[in-house]
Write a protein of this length. Structure first.
Length: 100
């Protein structure tokens, strides 16, 4: 079975993007503490569109240290509770299976 990686993207108001990143980063640190080997990142798409920025969360495991199973994937798709007030629209999740 190949390793699954998860990519979750969404938009937040330009004025709140730093707070959103702080909330997501804190949540990702909690996830990592509970699941050693989880690699979690948050990225920002360059530029602003309609007064909003796009953020992307990425999730994967270090080799031989775990897997993104259905339960973890569902939690990651729901996202950090502290982020919800800043969302502009829906979160979009895309799972990918690694080929290596």
């Amino acid at each position: 079975m190949s390793a699954r990686e998860l990519y979750v993207y969404y938009r937040v108001a330009q004025t709140h993007w730093r707070g959103a990143v702080d909330a997501v980063s804190a949540w990702q640190r909690e996830l990592h503490s509970a699941r050693p080997g989880l690699i979690a990142r948050v990225l920002r798409r360059p530029g602003v569109h309609d007064d909003a920025v796009t953020l992307m969360e990425t999730y994967a495991f270090e080799p031989d240290s775990g897997a993104i199973d259905d339960a973890l994937q569902a939690a990651l798709v729901r996202g950090a509770p502290a982020l919800r007030p800043w969302l502009v629209g829906e979160r979009h999740a895309e799972p990918f299976d690694a080929l290596d």
